[in-house]
Write a protein that binds this ligand. Structure first.
Ligand SMILES: [Zn+2]
Ligand SMILES: [Zn+2]
Length: 427
């Protein structure tokens, strides 16, 4: 075990945990990673070199973006921040070690809009590395993922003269809400990749357990639906208005039914609604934030078609117009068996993994990585999404909650796994 890299990875994780940034706002995170990769001798690709800026989905508010960029500019200076401007927060390190396969490892960097717990038994507060950004928190383990990515960068850099091939470490923005990977697929940055890996740490999976190919991720679409009506006095002449809130309400009720129509996993959720101006005015605008999920693309497409019909009917009934905007999407995907076996062989030789499972199909929601997997597989490459148990002894904390935490013991074995895979695939 390389003690210095292990310590380094833990300190990276704590740095990222203390400095969380939301999707598309990972300015400080990306600049920090770029500096580290450069120091380690990687060719560093930033922003538009890695992603297609025109294909960004689900952007944050402009003012919030401005503040986040200015904050990063103060720390890193304008020159360093320029390539990441306008939410182009992807960064990648490329290490060319002669002829051989192109091996890519993708990690994510974004945090969530959650106020971190300051309870005494919450380790990040106890050890002094809890979030410095109030209301933003690494509550899904992406701090650990980025730390692992940099740990692998150290190993590859130390070992580069013994490797044959090209190694890419891709740090992807905006995984939450499955918004980030489409822009990377569209850019073509990964078009020559032969092997693509990603892992997710799970706080609700026992430490020591690893699933070499997680195939239960669902297809999903995240949609914003807006209805445009006409305002009128609600007491004197409501008939002169077109009620956008009624259109939204009808949509919600009809949508709720479609998840019970047919076989397979179907999830439809309206998680947020807004609309109207005041109680005595017929609402001229309303907006719904919706997500659809299914365990096959066929079912997902069926849900999408039904949604479009319901929205259109509901709008027509009220004489409203409407707009459906996609703000995130992920496909269902399946890892390659041969790659899963290779991962299993390597994991079995690492002390930190005591329960190695080849594959599973457990439903763990959706994952932005699947779009990247599909893109690589379509071009004949191989890909796998690995699940790694990171539960803390005696605790059962769920993802996306204020008490979320991961067992740091898992970080170094995860680095070892990726590094050993890179060595194994080197020709
Ligand atoms: Zn998450
Ligand atoms: Zn996550």
């Amino acid at each position: 075990m390389n003690h210095s890299i292990e310590q380094k990875v833990i300190s990276y994780r704590r740095h990222f945990h203390a400095n969380p940034e939301l999707g598309w706002l990972e300015y400080c995170t990306a600049a920090f990673i770029a500096d580290e990769l450069l120091d380690l001798g990687f060719e560093v690709k930033k922003g538009a070199e890695v992603m297609s800026v025109d294909d960004i989905m689900g952007l944050p508010n402009k003012d919030v973006n401005q503040l986040a960029f200015e904050k990063a500019e103060k720390v890193f200076g304008l020159e360093k921040m320029k390539p990441f401007a306008n939410n182009a927060t992807a960064v990648a390190g490329v290490l060319k070690c002669g002829d051989g396969p192109v091996v890519a490892i993708r990690v994510d960097m974004d945090a969530l809009p959650i106020l971190e717990s300051n309870a005494k038994d919450h380790y990040p507060s106890q050890a002094g590395f809890s979030s410095k950004s109030k209301g933003v928190m690494h509550a899904c383990g992406h701090d650990g993922h980025s730390a692992i990515g940099l740990g692998v960068a150290h190993c590859l850099s130390n070992y580069s003269d013994k490797l044959n091939g090209t190694y890419i470490l891709l740090f992807q923005p905006a995984e939450e809400g499955v918004r980030g990977s489409a822009s990377i697929v569209k850019s073509g940055f990964l078009k020559d990749v032969d092997y693509l890996f990603a892992a997710h740490l799970w706080s609700n999976m026992p430490l020591g357990k690893i699933v070499c190919s997680q195939n239960g991720t669902a297809a999903t679409d995240k949609l914003d639906v807006t209805f445009y009506g006409k305002s009128a006095h609600a007491g004197i002449c409501p008939e002169k208005g077109n009620n956008a809130i009624l259109a939204a309400a009808n949509t919600i009720l009809c949508l709720n039914k479609i998840q019970f129509e047919g076989e397979g996993l179907r999830r439809v959720n309206v998680g947020r609604m807004e609309g109207g101006a005041a109680r005595n005015i017929i609402a001229d605008r309303s907006k719904l934030e919706i997500e659809l999920r299914a365990n096959s693309q066929i079912i997902e497409n069926e849900l999408l078609e039904k949604l479009e019909r319901i929205v259109k009917d509901s709008a027509e009934k009220q004489g409203c117009s409407f707009e459906i905007k996609k703000v995130g999407e992920a496909a269902a995907a399946c890892g390659d068996d041969s790659l899963a076996k290779l991962i299993r062989d390597e994991a079995e030789n690492i002390d930190g993994f005591t329960n190695v499972i080849l594959s599973d199909k457990e439903n763990r929601g959706s994952e932005d990585f699947t779009s990247l997997m599909n893109a690589i597989q379509t071009r004949g490459g191989k890909a796998s999404f690995i699940g790694i148990g990171a539960s803390i002894k005696g605790k059962n904390v769920e993802h996306h909650t204020p008490d979320f935490d991961i067992a740091e013991e898992v970080l170094y074995p995860s680095v070892e796994l990726f590094f050993n895979l890179a060595k194994r695939l080197s020709k």
